[in-house]
Design a protein around this ligand. Structure first.
Ligand SMILES: *Cc1c(COP(=O)(O)O)cnc(C)c1O
Length: 391
């Protein structure tokens, strides 16, 4: 088989679409003024216009109002703003509890832990073996003292998609705010923030073929929140600092050209990959939701019995295939992913997990090439594995 380069790490980030780059270049080279100069000169008005067009596109995609979209430097910042901004603005409310799930991204988990050090009472919701929120546990944890609940929508590692609607009902019954990190599900799984009862929602550009370093936080008009980044009155006074005009415009463009047909094709490739592994290899375990209608279309997370994910990843890299094991943030530390451990997995199975994530640029040939090499690598490694002998 001729060597190919197959990038299957689109959960982490995606290639920027050419049309997005072209649109961004216009704001780099032509309408490059500072948007807050809109009251002084025409270039400022044009830059502001670029931002407002993007805001409108993103607002429409989630059924929000334009003034409910706050641009940030990405999902990590949006998550920080959601948790810390709510905590900062609502001291007087005397609600001291913040509830997050055990499978959040570090930007939510670490923000919550920091607020814990500041005196907030942080509670962590359990998940089941497929990564779904334990609804009874959530009901137990959310009480009259609860200020905010933050639950990830589509999990970035295992792809499991939570039922936001029923979660928001539980949260609102106790009068708390509901935030969801929808970075990874954004547009792949449509969300209507009003219908679902979402108060704050994190979205990002670089997982949908937009530029890196741009994101947004949807903040419902009814939410009391304060900025955590001082430096000016930008973004409805919720995020000080000069706006990343080209990045924001690129984010808008990426949303505009996002296509449902692409999602359907990606789903087909993901399913094909899974079917070929299942029929061609023994000891393949699916991690995350087994109901694929409750899984992010471009996510497949598998463990191969008896072998380390780390060695599979390195062997595949030599063959031109890019995948990851565990959580990207953890891979260097060689610790098992907190997400798989929260699902009750042994360290072995957690270490053996590999994430395959295709995009609209993935071809059927890429899938077949990947299957061929994974089979070869897994078979070879199993021959060397002392664990096989023990069975
Ligand atoms: C990628 C990702 C993030 C982090 O986004 P940054 O670009 O690092 O800000 C946060 N949450 C989820 C669910 C993600 O998939």
């Amino acid at each position: 088989m001729e060597k190919r380069n197959v990038y299957l790490d689109n959960n982490a980030t995606t290639r920027t679409d050419e049309r997005v780059v072209e649109h961004m270049n216009h704001y780099h080279l032509n309408d490059y003024a500072v948007a807050s100069s809109q009251f002084s000169h025409t270039p400022g008005i044009k830059a502001k216009d670029g931002i407002e067009k993007a805001r409108q596109i993103i607002a429409e995609k989630i059924s929000a109002l334009n003034n409910e979209i706050v641009f940030t430097s990405g999902s990590a910042e949006s998550n920080n703003l959601a948790l810390k901004g709510i905590a900062l603005a609502n001291r007087a409310a005397k609600r001291n509890r913040i509830v997050v799930s055990k499978i959040e991204h570090f930007s939510v988990l670490d923000s919550a832990k920091r607020l814990g050090k500041e005196g907030y009472d942080i509670a962590f919701v359990d998940v089941d073996g497929e990564g779904f929120i334990d609804i009874d546990h959530l009901k137990n944890l959310v009480n009259d003292e609860t200020l905010l609940v933050s639950i990830i929508h589509g999990n970035h590692e295992i792809g499991t998609v939570q039922d936001l609607h029923s979660i928001s009902e539980i949260v609102h019954k106790k009068g708390a705010y509901f935030h969801t990190d929808a970075t990874y599900s954004f547009l792949q799984i449509p969300v209507d923030v009003k219908k679902y009862g979402i108060d704050l929602m994190t979205v990002s550009s670089d997982k949908i073929h937009g530029p890196k370093g741009v994101g947004a936080l949807y903040v419902s008009e009814d939410v009391i929140i304060e900025k955590i980044t001082d430096g000016g009155f930008q973004e409805f006074n919720l995020r000080g600092g000069t706006e990343n005009v080209s990045g924001i415009a690129g984010f808008g463009k990426a949303c505009e050209i996002f296509s449902e047909e692409d999602v359907e094709r990606i789903k087909y490739l993901r399913n094909d990959l899974y079917e070929q592994f299942k029929s061609g290899l023994k000891g393949v375990q699916l991690n995350g939701s087994s109901d694929f209608s409750r899984r992010i279309p471009n996510n497949l997370n598998l463990s191969f019995d008896y072998i380390e994910g780390e060695s599979v990843v390195l062997h595949l890299d030599m063959r031109g295939i890019s995948v990851i094991t565990g959580s990207a943030c953890f891979s260097r530390a060689l610790q098992a992913s907190h997400i798989l451990l929260a699902m009750g997995f042994s360290h072995e199975r957690a270490h053996g997990s590999i994430r395959f994530s295709p995009s609209k640029y993935t071809l059927k040939e890429d899938i077949d090439y990947t299957v061929h090499h994974v089979k070869e690598v897994v078979t070879k490694l199993r021959k060397l594995s002392p664990l096989v002998e023990q069975q």
